[in-house]
Design a protein around this ligand. Structure first.
Ligand code: F6P
Length: 520
């Protein structure tokens, strides 16, 4: 029922449009010719205002892209996801992170009998988890919370705790340990006392080597330091509650296999966020995300922000051939957002085969990267302005400051606007070195204030735009088989590092193994 974007009748039309005028589109001329360009290519969505007008497309291209989206069956695919159908085909699972932020009692889309049961489970767990979070907040003896988890069990909560730091409870320090490199855990442990520490062991599977290694070391440290009562000082956030219990952790908050790791911020994995900002704040985060879910579900495609962003992503990747997207949050509290978005986009859409397993003939996920503005300006923006590659930039700014310091926020916002402007308008230079070609694209996302609700909406927006491009490309955005091989080989090499056995290894791996063992 769904058609890949490159199999639609609009695809050759888009190719022709790109060759005829798309490739040569000049943004400065486009604005001069179309005085309504900003009005047309900007829009409001819940908590987010978006300006897409400084991108290398015009109304006719966008109209073709919108037609193409309809032809692929994007709306049906979206509804299948929201309705709980097993669209994660390689794992035979539904994809229901949207249910985690759905208010209790709200009627459900489609055939809702199984969803109603899931929603009841979601709210029972959410209520228990938030009651626990508020208990921890009220417990003055707990001063340090250490989240041990990696990937989706780290990036989302870590990003959100930093983003919402101005809402954070006083007297609570949050630490995030993800890397198996003992440097990270060891450094964190130096400042901790067992009687004042709560460890959250966050792992969907409770099998991830990094997290299991760090959890075992944290438990050992706790006992060595004379810690008592693992039930009070450790909690597990996982779909595999039995494995947590087997480790002696009795305080557990569960979730379900229909929540992907990189989509799990809204589940029990969000507990560090709930401890940081409180249950009311966490409910606001969910409400903001739900508002964006409703926008994605109901807005016509031409005014549907995740759809428009996803279409732009396809246009850039498959027609302009842009290989990356730079993320520049113009708010220091959003400093982990680029890392979070990297997993969201690249683990979801970094795929080379279609849903049926056959190789694709088109490019998929771009590379995502970035740093907060204005820091990035003094590092890699040189390349954005004058490098040989065109790298679309996504700026994320916040209208209201989160501090009282005079003059700073005006400068910050001025820099965000100026960078996008400079990229587009360019400047004639007296020589090649001083010449700015301009016509370089950017998207500007604007929040009114950085709050739990606006953060929830911003993240849900990004989730859905990744869904849109993945759906158009005809890939399964919800599996991650590409991470498996390295995990298996690491186990084999770990044994070889101990034994020195290099038999059957390639020359480079054997050489490096020998080098690492020299002196052993
Ligand atoms: O290795 C990739 C991955 O499976 C991610 O998809 C996931 O977010 C991360 O590992 C952590 O997994 P878990 O939460 O099961 O420990």
């Amino acid at each position: 029922m769904s058609l890949r974007c490159d199999h639609t009748p609009q695809w050759p039309q888009l190719q022709a449009a790109f060759s005829a005028q798309g490739r040569a589109l000049d943004l400065r001329q486009a604005f001069a010719q179309d005085h309504q360009r900003f009005a047309h290519f900007s829009q409001s969505a819940p908590h987010v205002f978006a300006d897409l007008s400084k991108n290398l497309w015009d109304r006719s291209t966008e109209a073709l892209l919108l037609d193409m989206a309809q032809a692929t069956g994007l709306a049906q695919h979206r509804d299948a996801m929201l309705g709980g159908q097993p669209i994660n085909s390689t794992e035979g699972r539904a994809v229901l992170h949207t249910l985690l932020r759905r208010p209790a009692g709200l009627s459900l889309p489609g055939d809702s009998s199984s969803l109603a049961g899931h929603l009841a489970d979601v709210h029972a767990t959410l209520d228990a988890m938030l009651a626990y979070a508020d208990t921890v907040r009220a417990d003055d003896a707990i001063t340090d919370i250490v989240n041990i988890g990696i990937g989706g069990s780290d990036l989302g909560p870590h990003m959100a705790v930093l983003a919402l730091e101005q809402f954070r409870a006083h007297g609570k320090r949050l630490h995030f340990v993800s890397n198996v490199d003992g440097h990270e855990l060891y450094t964190a442990l130096q400042s901790l006392r067992p009687q004042n520490t709560l460890f959250l062991i966050a792992s969907k599977t409770f099998t991830t080597a990094e997290t299991m290694t760090n959890a075992a070391s944290a438990l050992a440290w706790f006992e060595q330091q004379g810690g008592r009562d693992v039930g009070r000082h450790f909690a597990a956030l996982t779909t595999n509650v039995e494995a947590a219990r087997a480790l002696g952790i009795t305080t557990t908050f569960g979730f379900w296999d229909w929540v992907g790791g990189r989509y799990s911020l809204w589940s029990a994995i969000g507990l560090p966020v709930a401890i940081a900002i409180g249950s009311a704040g966490f409910r606001d985060l969910l409400a903001g995300a739900h508002a964006m879910d409703e926008h994605f579900r109901t807005a016509p495609f031409a005014q549907n922000l995740p759809v428009r962003l996803g279409l732009l992503d396809v246009w850039y990747r498959n027609f302009h051939g842009f290989t990356s997207r730079c993320i520049a949050p113009y708010h220091a509290a959003l400093r982990r957002l680029p890392a979070y978005l990297q997993q969201l986009e690249m683990e979801s859409n970094g795929k080379r085969v279609a849903r049926d397993g056959t190789p694709l003939a088109l490019a998929t996920s771009p590379v995502l990267w970035g740093e907060p503005g204005t820091n990035g300006q003094h590092a890699f923006f040189q390349m954005l302005h004058q490098g040989t590659d065109v790298l679309p930039l996504e700026l994320i700014a916040v209208r209201q400051a989160t501090h009282p310091l005079k003059g700073h926020h005006e400068k910050l916002l001025a820099n965000a606007l100026a960078q996008a402007q400079a990229l587009m308008v360019g400047k004639e230079g007296e020589d090649g070195h001083r010449h700015f070609p301009g016509n370089r694209p950017s998207t500007f996302l604007l929040l009114d204030a950085l709050t739990p609700a606006s953060l929830g909406a911003l993240i849900a927006l990004q989730e859905h735009r990744v869904f849109v491009s993945g759906s158009l490309w005809g890939i399964n955005s919800f599996d991650q088989w590409g991470v498996e091989l390295g995990k298996v080989l690491a186990k084999d090499i770990e044994a070889r590092l101990a034994s020195g056995d290099a038999a059957g290894l390639d020359g480079s791996t054997a050489g490096l193994l020998g080098r690492l063992r020299s002196g052993a």
